[in-house]
Design a protein around this ligand. Structure first.
Ligand code: NAD
Ligand code: MG
Length: 381
């Protein structure tokens, strides 16, 4: 149910791509939503500017770059949980990148909050535990990821038994039309040139390898309770159809919109209701021209099948896949690993460590740590 306004919002990862989009959404709907807590990793200047604009009651910086931090700011990793569990917070937008967001999601759900989740890595790592925690404590887990927002909107409350198939769209990334030799030699700046979305660097690389789509298939499996053999991926270069649901009677619903994260962010805040004005330009089908769809070139983008296989394997395998990918992407961005080395590292890590125990949070954290060590050792740092 829609909570009586104004609703207190904690925004974790406020200085990032999703974080700054979320602040635009909150600003546009300031009579309904109040950002009461903001956190960031280490960009103190950017966070300081946001604090000046929004005057949140709580501010936290995970890794302060200097000692000159305002004395009332929270510091260190614990600031995420502090922000997420405050009594004046009803909705937590988790826009942190990577496994670092897990603890705060679990804490917020345990405190019965709504979590508007952009931080897909943590659903991949610990999907069962996160969804169980939401169920057990009455917290709601609402996706911010545009594909999952689309599926949520198409499902409109129908049960998994009404669904024949989820169809997740993928832009195909910057290398959609490149051949495998050219992809293997792609530079960091090639891989950072995403055709349709402006995003943080980690997810932009994941979109070039298609690791992002593997993470999203696993995310959809956990969010919607649909088995892997009923989740398909199709390439749609224009990023207008955000995903589709095929029902048991053969009817297919799609959700469309111009590519802007502000719409799925707003929907995650208001779900199942809608508010006017997501700040997106008018939708003009004729102006868009044509919408096209094509098959994934699995041979040239092996990361997608690798990640889905890790999801199917279950246990610690998805956590290993995710952690190995996080570290490999960081090495690629730092110039220590060629583009083709990302999937090689992740594949080797899943082979070596995917069968580690994965039935508890501690086991998953151990698998995550082992995968990071494994890739670091392989890259030689
Ligand atoms: P980004 O790199 O632009 O921003 C990340 C934010 O998280 C920053 O505010 C940073 O300070 C903070 N952060 C980074 N490491 C942290 C740590 N260890 N502890 C605490 N905070 C930390 O990333 P982004 O593109 O905004 O993506 C954020 C999340 O949203 C990712 O999980 C991504 O997959 C997901 N997502 C992003 C988009 C998009 O359009 N950017 C779309 C869908 C999903
Ligand atoms: Mg997405």
């Amino acid at each position: 149910s829609m909570i009586t306004p104004p609703v207190g919002v904690a925004l974790l990862g406020a200085t990032g791509s999703v974080g700054t989009s979320a602040l635009r959404v909150l600003e546009r709907h300031r009579e309904r939503f109040v950002p009461v807590a903001l956190t960031a990793h280490s960009n103190q200047d950017a966070l300081q500017e946001q604090v000046a604009q929004f005057s949140p009651a709580y501010v936290g910086l995970v890794a302060p770059p200097t000692d000159e931090l305002p004395e009332d700011w929270g510091k260190g990793r614990s600031c995420l949980v502090e922000a997420a569990t405050r009594p004046d917070v009803q909705i937590v937008i988790n826009a942190v990148v990577g496994a670092a967001g897990l603890e705060a999601t679990l804490a917020a759900l345990t405190a019965g909050k709504r979590v508007a989740l952009a931080n897909k890595e943590t659903l991949v790592m610990a999907g069962q535990i996160v969804t169980d925690t939401a169920r057990r404590h009455g917290g709601a887990l609402v996706p911010v990821d545009s594909e999952h927002s689309a599926i949520l909107q198409c499902l409109a409350g129908r049960e998994p038994s009404d669904v024949r198939r989820l169809i997740i769209t993928a832009s195909g990334g910057p290398f959609r039309t490149w051949n495998s030799e050219r992809i293997a030699q792609a530079t960091v700046s090639d891989a950072l040139r995403h055709p349709t979305w402006q995003m943080g660097s980690k997810i932009t690389i994941d979109s070039a390898t298609l690791a992002n789509k593997a993470l999203e298939v696993i995310e959809a499996h956990h969010l919607f309770g649909i088995p892997y053999d009923r989740i398909d991926v199709v390439v749609h270069p224009q990023s207008i159809v955000h995903s589709l649901v095929e029902f048991v009677d053969g009817s297919v619903l799609a959700q469309m919109g111009v590519p802007s994260m502000e719409l799925p962010i707003l929907y995650a805040l208001t779900w199942p209701e809608r508010l006017p004005d997501a700040g997106v330009p008018p939708f003009d089908l004729v102006g868009l021209g044509s919408l096209t769809f094509e098959a994934v070139r699995h041979d040239d983008f092996p990361m997608l099948a690798l990640g889905i296989a890790a999801g199917r394997q279950g246990g610690a395998a998805p956590a290993v896949f995710n952690a190995a990918n996080e570290v490999a992407v960081a090495h690629f961005l730092d110039g220590r690993l060629p583009f083709a080395g990302i999937v090689q590292c992740v594949s080797a890590a899943v082979d070596a460590l995917g069968t580690m125990p994965g039935d508890t949070l501690d086991a998953l954290l151990a698998a995550d740590a082992a995968a990071r060590d494994y890739v670091n050792a392989k890259v030689g740092s």
